[in-house]
Design a protein around this ligand. Sequence first.
Ligand SMILES: [Zn+2]
Ligand SMILES: [Zn+2]
Length: 295
Amino acid sequence: MAVSFQIKNPLRPITNISRSYGPSRVITTCSVTTTNPQPNLERLVVKQRLVNPPLSKDNDQTLQSTWNHRLWVAAGCTTVFASFAKSIIGGFGPNIWLEPALASYAGYVLADLGSGVYHWVIDNYGDESTPIVGTQLEAAQGHHKWPWTITRRQFANNSHAIARAITFTVLPLNLAFNNPVFHSFLSTFAFCILFSQQFHAWAHGTKSKLPPLVVALQDMGLLVSRKDHVGHHRAPYNSNYCVVSGAWNKVLDENKFFAALEMVLYLHFGVSPRSWNEPNSDWTEETEISSNNQA
Ligand SMILES: [Zn+2]
Ligand SMILES: [Zn+2]
């Protein structure tokens, strides 16, 4: 058995890439093919192809926050804070603390579950042409292709879509209800969902570069850890969807919760999730190689 290496040239000269996009990136994928007329001769083909992922926040507008992003995050935080204030003010008079505290804990626990369900939906169903959430679906798929970019995405850029949904959901609930127990649940749940993308970004961060408090919370299991989330980016790409604390991941995955939901949807509507088609080139992570490694 002989093994040979074949390197296909990039689509464009590397010198052009460096000029156009800054540090160039070459994606390397490996495949083994059997060629005729030489039976049993396996050839390892190393393909190099250029991709155009978002680069750093310094030179890619798509990773930077706009004032529109910041305003939506501010609106979301304001509605969450108003709900939190109602829980404090409402509980202060009658001096009830236990129920709001338990409701708040329930909000934290269920937010992790909610983040998993939401993540599962946007990973598996629809595409960029889907009304209203198409941009989020496209971003979710891009995250699987270039997961490292989430650590370079600015906070409001990363969180504004969820913040907008939080605003439209929590604002009417603030106006309609005054129960402090309800608002203890709502404010904690909404806070965790609003910041779930930031928790997710931290799960992709390098431990030495994260704030010590974040590392401590990850180590305590209060925030989703890199160790927990890394399984989501490995084939078959159908586990570890929860990104608040990650506490639900084990029980959901061991009991094949999402697999059962996928089967129900398939049998009722004939719609198959994207994870059933994995691995394919659309979702397989592309490895970043620095320009220093290209020689
Ligand atoms: Zn995902
Ligand atoms: Zn991720």
